[in-house]
Design a protein around this ligand. Structure first.
Ligand code: SF4
Length: 184
């Protein structure tokens, strides 16, 4: 992973390289049975170089805790490794340019379960026509992997209904982690 981290930290494959403070490759054990993939770094992540280090990260930590999991047991990263200015959505071109890094991480980490946090991750990894609102909490299978789409933690910050749904989906994740066959 060191080589992958290095290649992300110095990557110039898209224009976000010019506006980032730091690239955010990801964090967690290698290999990792469980991988969580978000959208892109925000301001805090850009400054610290660590994934989910701001308000959305605190939501994520509370969800992991509710599911009996912790950060040191999961690998956390995002589809895009550099912050889009003003936190705009990443463009199709940026997602395409960055895909090679995520692909290499998945090959290296060999996860059994991937949690897709938000539309950008769901569309980039499974199917562009799917949306998180209709797919969340449903286990998808692709190439021998189990995918669980959930809302992005930033989306539930000020919405109690979505926060409850995210918590439900992390409880489902806890069952999946305990017994991956339950998703098959
Ligand atoms: S967003 Fe991805 S492709 Fe673009 S510069 Fe950063 S690491 Fe490279």
């Amino acid at each position: 992973v060191d080589e992958i981290v290095r290649s992300i930290s110095t990557c110039q494959r898209c224009p976000l390289a010019k506006t980032r403070v730091r690239a955010v490759p990801g964090q967690g054990p290698v290999p990792a049975g469980l991988m969580l993939i978000g959208e892109a770094p925000g301001r805090s992540e850009d400054e610290l170089g660590q994934p989910f280090s701001g308000a959305a990260g605190r939501v994520l930590d509370s969800m992991l805790e509710a599911a009996g999991l912790s950060r040191d047991r999961v690998y956390i990263t995002s589809v895009i490794k550099c912050r889009p200015p003003k936190n705009r959505n990443p463009s199709k071109e940026e997602v395409a340019a960055c895909a090679i890094h995520l692909q290499r991480q998945i090959e290296r980490l060999q996860p059994r379960i991937i949690v897709l946090m938000g539309n950008v991750a769901l569309k980039a990894l499974v199917d562009h026509s799917l949306t998180i609102g209709t797919t969340r909490g449903k286990i998808l299978r692709n190439d021998g992997l189990l995918y669980l789409p959930v809302y992005h933690p930033a989306a539930v910050l000020y919405n109690r209904t979505l926060a409850n749904q995210l918590r439900d989906d992390f409880m489902l994740l806890a069952h999946l982690v305990a017994d991956p066959q339950s998703g098959e």
